[in-house]
Write a protein that binds this ligand. Structure first.
Ligand SMILES: Cc1cc2nc3c(=O)[nH]c(=O)nc-3n(C[C@H](O)[C@H](O)[C@H](O)COP(=O)(O)O)c2cc1C
Length: 230
């Protein structure tokens, strides 16, 4: 009888230990420990939602987390009027030193080993806020997959190479692509196969880490926006 209860206690303890290890796995594992493919993050900047849509599709197809690059000073419609040479976007794109500030930061950057970087083409380049991002984060040991959206005709061209340079040539950069806003998950899966990337199927989460101050500013902005919209 005593032996049986000792045996039951041992089995229960083993089961609890296993359950504990299982729970901790999601947050404590590093990509190097993972046996289920790499942990991926889709970082993107989008003003009119095309790139955001593509980012969401990549996240759904690959299980990657997402981080939206938001400007501290949000872009208004007139800021991105590319028909005006004195618009904010036109001036930033013409200024090699322009580095618009980013609101918020990526949570647990070190835990990601594959980074998708998405942006709209602006005046044949990536928006300057991408340079801010590239110079802020360390891409050493990361696999980087650039993607872009553009109006008809433009392709990713030299933009990915320029970002690679802005990242100090760190990381392994795979061939980037211009994608349509309505790209499908199947298209993304086929692209991943082409690139030889196995990313697993974890549920995507938002990797944005904003300070309390930034958070209240953001919600104040959304409130203002919804008031304007109404
Ligand atoms: C300021 C600005 C500059 C642009 N410059 C180009 C360009 O040089 N070539 C191009 O094909 N499209 C250009 N576009 C179009 C965008 O790349 C395209 O609409 C993109 O899908 C927008 O992405 P988003 O909705 O994520 O902001 C430009 C758009 C803006 C707002």
């Amino acid at each position: 009888m005593k032996k049986a209860s000792i045996l039951i206690s041992v089995v229960l303890a083993a089961l609890m230990a296993l359950a504990f290890v299982g729970c901790g796995k999601k947050t404590s594992q590093t990509p190097a420990d993972s046996t289920q493919g790499s942990k991926a993050l889709v970082v993107y900047f989008s003003v009119n939602d095309d790139t955001a849509k593509v980012a969401d599709t990549i996240a759904s197809a690959t299980g990657a987390d997402t981080f939206e690059i938001k400007a501290k000073e949000a872009y208004k419609d007139e800021d991105v009027d590319f028909t005006k040479q004195d618009s904010r976007a036109a001036k930033e794109q013409a200024d090699d030193k322009a580095r618009p500030e980013i609101d918020g930061e990526v949570k647990e950057w070190d835990s990601y080993d594959t980074i998708f970087v998405g942006y709209p083409i602006w005046m044949n380049k990536a928006p300057k806020i991408l340079d801010t991002f590239m110079e802020t984060y360390d891409f050493t040991d990361k696999t980087v997959v650039p993607f872009a959206t553009s109006a008809d005709g433009a392709d990713i061209g030299e933009t990915a190479k320029e970002l690679q340079t802005a990242a100090g040539d760190k990381g392994t950069w795979l061939d980037g692509k211009v994608l349509d806003a309505n790209v499908t998950e199947e298209d993304i899966t086929a692209w991943m196969t082409e690139l030889g990337l196995d990313l697993g199927t974890a549920a995507p989460v938002d990797a944005t880490d904003v300070s309390d101050e930034a958070e209240s500013e953001t919600s104040a902005l959304s409130e203002a926006e919804s008031t304007t919209a109404a």
